[in-house]
Structures are given as structure tokens and as C-alpha cells.
Write a protein that binds this ligand. Sequence first.
Ligand code: NAI
Length: 259
Amino acid sequence: MSQLLDGQSAVVTGGASGIGRAISTAFARHGADVVVADRHEEPRRGGSPTHERIRAETDAEATFVECDVTDGAELEAAVDAADAFGGLDVMVNNAGIFGPMAPVAEIEFEAYRELMAINLDAVFRGSQIAADRLIDRGEGGAIVNVSSLAGLQGYAQLTPYCTAKAGVKNLTCSLAAELGPHGIRVNAIHPGEVETAMTTEDFPVFGTENADELAETIPLRKLGQPEDVANAAVFLASDLAGHVTAESLLVDGGARNTA
Ligand code: NAI
């Protein structure tokens, strides 16, 4: 396999499970050493912890840092764990939760705040810490933020999630404008439905008849796998995307741009 990220060091929040696990593993397969930052070490859908899988299956280094992304000190410690691998090159702000899903009048403000703290505030803070370290190093770098199709359009009864993910999109554009002169590229990925614990347990789509119905409505006639998003992240993190910044990259089988 080509080593698109040879010699790079990456931090992936929410790297224990789902999309973050796939991104961490794909990065390692492309030669990057990876800090897996998550509040849980065990993958939500089973298997060995991501950092152990990387060590067993690739030549890359990997470590796990227990980190709640809503805690600034823990997030900072996770980013600084990349120093053991030569210093941060790539930051992936991926950790996120689903919900609360309810009519807007019924959503507890505390639930809204919790969602925003994880899905938006922590992306801001993770980017802020990463920018500081990357500017200090003076070698450029990349920040990849995981937004959603729900960051580009509204969905009824999903206002907090859509609001946070839309915030991630414009945060990405603003940071790209500011950090571009430092050679730091900032991009967002907007996945459609992807098979993870989020979509099998928290908001079950996969494993239900809705999955087939949903797949039939999109051009590629299939829903996404974590590896689909991981491949996009590898591209955005690598020199292949050397002139790509402030981009919103859809990984949705064509759902968004077709009728
Ligand atoms: P997942 O639930 O499988 O994995 C999320 C990971 O984030 C878990 O390991 C969890 O422990 C971690 N996490 C959650 N809150 C955290 C916190 N406060 N601090 C540290 N780690 C935390 O979910 P999935 O599907 O892999 O989601 C990853 C990202 O992709 C999220 O931002 C999600 O909103 C986004 N996304 C997912 C889609 C899907 O269909 N699965 C579609 C579009 C976007």
C-alpha cells in the first residue's frame, strides 16, 4: 500500500469506535503514528482496542489516551501525546454523539448543551490546541473535522445535532482562512449514514428495513461504511490534498446533491 502519511503523527478524537477507529487504522496503514483519544478504550461494537489493533496489524506506533473532549486539559494532554511521535501533524476532531431527537419544545436545554459541548465546542477547542502546536512547529499540517450531512441541511426533531454540525462546517472555513498562511489546511467531512454503533444502537437505521429503503433513495444505492469516511480523511490529511482547504467533502453516496 502507498504510504500517504509516512512519518506523520496524528491525533484522532473518538478514535476507539466507528468512524474514528477506521480513520485511526487507515492513517496507520498509510504510515502515520496515531494517538487514539477517547473517553472509552473499548470499541463500542467489540474487537480489540484501536491502538492495539494498529500495533498488531501495521508498522505504525499507536497509543491510547483517555480523554473526554469536553475537558480542555484532557484534550490538551491528548494532543501533546503526539510529541512522543515527533509532534502533531494531523488533528482529527471526530468524537461526537447523536441526539437529542425530539420536537424542539421538548428538548431539555441541558441535553442541547451537552450535545453542543461534545459536537461543536470540543471541535473548536481541539482545533485551537492543534493550531497552537502546528504553528509552533512551523511545518504546516492538517486539521480534519467530522461534520455530517446534517451540517448542510436541516432535519426535523434533530435541531441540536444539525446546529452543531453546521457550526463545524463554518468553523472549518474560518480556521482555513486564518491558518492557510501557516501552511495548515482545515477541511470537513460530511458523511451520510454510516454503519457504526451510532446508527445501529443510538439511532438504529442499519439492521432495520429503513436501511434498504434509505439506500434506494441515493445514487450509489448503498449506505456508508466507516472505511469510506476513513479514505476521505486519509486524502484530506495527505499531500494529495495539498491545495485543498476550507472544503466540505461529502461522503454520502450522492445523497445530498441529487433528487
Ligand atoms: P460512534 O458512537 O461509533 O463513535 C463515537 C466515538 O466517540 C466513541 O468511541 C465515543 O466513546 C467517542 N466519544 C463520544 N463522546 C466523547 C467525548 N465526550 N470525549 C471523547 N470521546 C467521545 O459514532 P460514529 O458514528 O463513529 O461517529 C463519529 C463521528 O461521525 C461523530 O462526530 C458523528 O456525529 C459523525 N457522523 C456519523 C455518522 C453516522 O452515520 N455514523 C454520519 C455523519 C456524521
